[in-house]
Design a protein around this ligand. Structure first.
Ligand code: PAN
Ligand code: ZN
Length: 191
């Protein structure tokens, strides 16, 4: 299977391999490279230079549960270790147009969940076994804070929530995660 299943769904089991992110049965797989991350990194000149890079910044493996009302889709995201002018590799980030909660479960590596409600930002450290709760109305972006290991997590979200990427381009995320020696720091979004 390589797409979403058609409701009504029968009960079924989904296995996933935390070491590879392979989901079985498989739904859609998304791969994000630099070219897909336009307008998101602070250093736009450095982004322009790397926009043709084949390097995968992150991938998203979904199960076949569709993004339709009353269903509960899931996906596994893997963010490569890396940075652009110090800014750590991250997902695009989005807001759910129909505000509803979502949970993330850390699987491998170490990362962070950056949340922004338009006024205030919050940061949750994520590692294997951590559940990060995203309340309704908080835009969210994930960041790999490790210098050498992929960060991988499971997301479970309401099928009717939708995904608004323009919101982050318009409002930012309140902060950015940048490398600081062996660690990282959060700096103001525009800084
Ligand atoms: C996650 C994200 C996934 C990729 O499944 O969609 O981590 O991040 P972007 O969608 O911001 O590129 C989720 O939050 N779903 O709602
Ligand atoms: Zn989401």
């Amino acid at each position: 299977m390589s797409g979403y299943a058609t409701p009504p769904l029968r009960p079924f089991q989904i296995t996933f391999d935390a070491a590879t992110a392979v989901v079985d049965p498989a739904g859609p797989v998304l791969t994000r490279r630099m070219a897909d991350l336009e307008g998101l990194f602070r250093d736009q000149r450095a982004w322009q230079e790397l926009r043709g890079s084949e390097k995968v910044v992150y991938s998203v493996h979904s199960s076949p549960v569709p993004e339709t009302p009353r269903e509960l889709p899931q996906s596994i995201t893997t963010i490569s270790p890396g940075e652009l002018s110090g800014e750590l590799f991250m997902t695009k980030g989005h807001q759910h147009p129909d505000p509803q909660g979502e949970i993330y479960l850390g699987l491998t590596g170490t990362g962070g969940l950056l949340l922004f409600d338009g006024a205030e930002h919050a940061w949750l450290d994520m590692s294997p076994g951590t559940i990060g709760y995203i309340p309704p109305g908080w835009a969210h972006r994930s960041v790999n804070v490790s210098a050498d290991e992929p960060y991988r997590f499971l997301a479970v979200y309401p099928g009717s929530a939708g995904h608004d990427y323009q919101w982050v381009l318009d409002h930012g995320m309140g902060a950015r995660a940048v490398r600081l020696g062996d660690a990282f720091e959060l700096v103001p979004y525009g800084g």
